[in-house]
Write a protein that binds this ligand. Structure first.
Ligand code: NAD
Length: 429
């Protein structure tokens, strides 16, 4: 079922990407994968077994994945030298085959890369980081009703304070930038800043904000969510975060007027009742949103946020339902999509066959859903839930679940694959 050769075309076909960003998927698509560093090889092996079982039992051999390994991270450095953890071929193949999946990559110390993940996102223009967060029964969670959480966060991936434009306090560059700023402030009669400050630049553009919100609204429509919430700090940062909110509403008015209704319109025109088939567009100030998600999570579906708000919210909500180990995610742009485990490479557990592969497995299930292979996605998720219910789990879950048996990463993958088979036979799939 697998093919690690460098000429996958012989066995598989390429996914097509329509102009509207939807994939056209053959029955034998070539899917590039990056195994990842540290614990990556362990979780990839467990996940691949589950993916192949899910596809096989959902489609009885009518469909299969032709896996195509891309060298990246430490594996690439061994072949191409320590200066080359991300060879050109990795970028080219992801663009060529359109849908790819990766394990975690260690950030190289020193050298030319701030982070391999950031480099992939920037080069491939993967402008939306998507994090679905829902509760899986049986997972220990710190809140009383984790099952009330079912949100999908769309985080802008390319700008805000993440562009790395900043200067150290006391440096010549910082002083030059601050002098320019002070000249502008003086002209408008405002208080000047200390020339000894550090300085960082926050940018937000109409183009990047709009395409992110467009994708979030489209996802909400296609996946039956009741609302899209724009999360911003526009009360303080009016020109950046306030503009993000305004551009977001413009997208709803101009591009989805038939399918959406704003919260304000709901009360003005519809007595507070959502008209059938419409999605409510609302906005919340970021600090209030953390409280809302804790107190009334069921009122939120899809969330669209600038980079920093989205970063904080993704981890906070994942913690609410039992932690990052179970959180899937992907990065998507207008040319390709890269699904990924959301945790890091956990190097201290490398080679121990110990860590939890669920984040990568659930990311793969989301990848199948994106490809339209919903039956495989559902089968994988139900088998994962079943395995957790049987209390045979990896160390991180076993130490928090009463009466659970700790098993290895590979055994957990095998148990899920076995449950896929049992479920498929029971349901005569
Ligand atoms: P980490 O997520 O790798 O590990 C922190 C701790 O979380 C681990 O020690 C372990 O206790 C736990 N953990 C992580 N994954 C787990 C799993 N699958 N099952 C059970 N427990 C798990 O974070 P870190 O130590 O800060 O980062 C290690 C490296 O990974 C760094 O080089 C970092 O840059 C990189 N990183 C990569 C990604 C990515 O590829 N998307 C994301 C975050 C960090």
């Amino acid at each position: 079922m697998t093919n690690k050769m460098n000429e996958p075309e012989k066995a598989g076909e390429t996914i097509d990407w329509r102009v509207d960003g939807r994939p056209i998927v053959p029955d034998n698509p070539i899917i590039p994968y990056i195994e990842g560093d540290g614990t990556g090889p362990d979780i990839w092996a467990a996940a691949q077994l589950v993916f192949d079982a899910g596809v096989y039992y959902a489609y009885k051999g009518r469909r299969l994945i032709v896996w195509h390994e891309l060298l990246a991270g430490e594996k690439a450095q061994k072949v191409y030298g320590s200066d080359n953890p991300l060879p050109e071929s990795a970028f080219e193949d992801i663009e060529r085959y359109k849908v790819a999946i990766k394990g975690p990559l260690t950030t190289p110390v020193g050298g030319g890369f701030r982070s391999l993940n950031v480099a992939l996102r920037q080069r491939l223009d993967l402008y939306a980081c998507v994090r679905p967060v829902r509760y899986f029964s049986g997972i220990p969670a710190p809140v009383i009703h984790p099952e009330r959480v079912n949100v999908v966060i769309f985080r802008e991936n390319t700008e805000d304070v993440y562009t790395g434009i900043e200067w150290e306090a006391g440096s010549r560059d910082a002083k030059e930038v601050l002098e320019l700023i002070n000249r502008k402030l003086k002209d408008s009669g405002r208080q000047l800043v200390s020339l000894e400050s550090s300085v960082g630049i926050k940018t937000m553009s109409e183009f990047n904000s709009r395409r992110l919100v467009h994708r979030a609204i489209r996802y909400a429509i296609e996946n039956g969510h009741h609302s899209v919430t724009l999360v911003h700090k526009g009360n303080i940062m009016k020109c950046t975060e306030g503009a993000f909110r305004d551009w977001g509403y413009q997208v709803a008015y101009e591009e989805f007027s038939e399918q959406t209704v704003t919260e304000a319109q709901l009360y003005e025109k519809f007595d507070g009742q959502t008209p059938q088939g419409r999605i409510v567009i609302k906005d919340r100030i970021a600090d209030a949103m953390f409280q809302q998600l804790m107190l009334r999570p069921e009122e939120y579906g899809v969330i669209a946020a600038p980079n920093l708000n989205g970063d904080y919210l993704s981890d906070a909500v994942a913690a609410q339902v039992g932690g990052l180990g179970m959180a899937p995610g992907w990065n998507i742009g207008d040319r390709c999509a890269l699904f990924e485990a959301t945790h890091g490479s956990a190097p201290k557990y490398a080679g121990q066959d110990k860590v939890n592969p669920s984040s990568l497995i659930l990311s793969g299930a989301e990848m199948f859903r994106f490809m339209g292979w919903v039956e495989a996605a559902e089968l994988i998720i139900r088998a994962l839930i079943q395995t957790i219910a049987q209390k045979t789990v990896t160390y991180d879950l076993a130490r928090q679940m009463q009466g659970a048996q700790e098993i290895k990463c590979s055994e957990f993958g095998a148990a899920i694959a076995e449950n896929i088979k049992i479920l498929a036979q029971k349901e005569k799939l």
